[in-house]
Design a binder for this molecule. Structure first.
Ligand code: NI
Length: 190
């Protein structure tokens, strides 16, 4: 089922999300439907990452699907991952800038500086523990998505000048003027 993506201005995007109790049978059962729904929603929106708050749930879970980028890098052809309660516990000192966008901020694309590599601990969809080091594009995506779990959006990383430049676009989103090719849920209908 394709779920609507919450856009800028929705309070859930600014909340600190709650850890998932993966020992709960009820939680596990809920995820069985939620995970495929999130992948379907992400594919429909042509995105590479989606955090639960973006579909209105304040839980610490993100999904990543880099398969749309397989043309640039064949290693991404089957790159589909679920991160439950992810914890980025180490970041490289080296940083780089890369263009970013966000399904919750349609029409806004800006260059963001972030660490090149990160180490992340998380549970997968089978509740298996992982500890992995990510570099380059996958590291970029996981940092962007994990930010969402702390109520942070990529625009928060911009310089005050760049923030000023996009202020008009943000105001339009708050007014409900959302132009996207996918289902969205904005604070206000235009
Ligand atoms: Ni985003």
């Amino acid at each position: 089922m394709i779920l609507p993506i919450y856009t800028y201005g929705q309070p859930v995007l600014r909340k600190e999300a709650e850890p998932l109790d993966t020992t709960s049978a009820e939680v596990r059962q809920k995820l069985e439907q939620l995970i495929p729904d999130m992948f379907e929603t992400l594919a429909h929106a042509d995105g590479v990452g989606l955090a639960a708050p973006q579909i209105g749930l304040d839980i610490r879970m993100v999904i990543v699907d880099l398969s749309p980028c397989a043309e640039e890098d064949p290693a991404f052809a089957d790159y589909k991952k679920v991160y439950i309660n992810p914890d980025i516990y180490e970041e490289s000192e080296e940083e780089c800038s890369m263009g970013e966008g966000c399904l919750s901020l349609p029409g806004i694309h800006e260059s963001v500086k972030r660490p090149v590599s990160v180490k992340v601990r998380y549970l997968d969809e089978r509740f298996q523990e992982h500890d992995e080091e990510l570099t380059g594009f996958p590291a970029r995506v996981i940092q962007h998505e994990c930010d969402h779990l702390d109520g942070t959006m990529f625009i928060d990383h911009l310089s005050s000048l760049r923030k000023q430049m996009i202020r008009g676009k943000l105001t339009s989103l708050l007014k409900g003027k959302v132009h996207a090719d996918y289902k969205t849920k904005s604070v206000r209908k235009p």
